[in-house]
Design a protein. Sequence first.
Length: 289
Amino acid sequence: MHELIGSLIAAGPVLTDGAWGTELMRRGLKKGECPESWNLNHPERVEEVPLRYIESGSRIVLTNTFGANRFILEKHDMGDKVREVNKAGVKISKQAAGDKACVFASIGPSGKLIVMKQVSRDELEDAFTEQAEALADAGADAIVIETMIDITEALAAVAAAKKTGLPVVANMVFDAGKDKDRTMMGNTPEEVAEKLSTAGVDVLGSNCGQGIEGFIPICRRMRTVTDLPLWMKANAGMPEIIKGETVYNATPDQYADVALRLVDAGANFIGGCCGTNPDFIAAMKNRGL
Ligand SMILES: [Zn+2]
């Protein structure tokens, strides 16, 4: 096991952070605006996000680099700024973290689908390599691949991230099938855990897609096929659209109660995805996480 990962989980489960997108919106990010452009234009507002999470108990914070791959940045006319945006994202989170937390750098999906022939696996690996190198050069402690819906894309990102030599965390979304236990492409938690383990990740798991209750069987099933540390970040319940706004209904206390059961199911890293905020992290910390 990678030394950093081993030392983090040695004393029990580790609290990570919560959602970023919604936190940036609370600070003025507009719909359709490129969140990662804020790394260059509003670094002080971006820095408030990891600062608040660390104050609430996060021992790991991510970076505002989820969509900072060339395909997504191109849509915002920033295709030539991949390095700059990723390096700035790491710098901001490191400044907030100091020696209080680790900075795990975020890589999200490309927004292109291999099955629709919008992109090839090699093109994806190239783009993720460009992003991962910039994140590593800026001093990230690890790389977190998250919100992946296609295992082939996730594996391309893993191959790219592993070239940096940093610990690699990889997560997929399970929100399909009648039991919400499949990826969009139909893979089960067991299949995903096996493929990611074989690819050499240091930590694997799931994020986004559904509320925390649904993460318990996913976590338990992944645990049956791997001894690797598991990373779980659920949404704050299922989203409801109220007056055109997406609203998540789970309260921090409800979420934190279930988080304890997630530990029993084998989770080593716990945080939150869409709809969660620093209060969710604080509620989990209050329960001894
Ligand atoms: Zn999410």
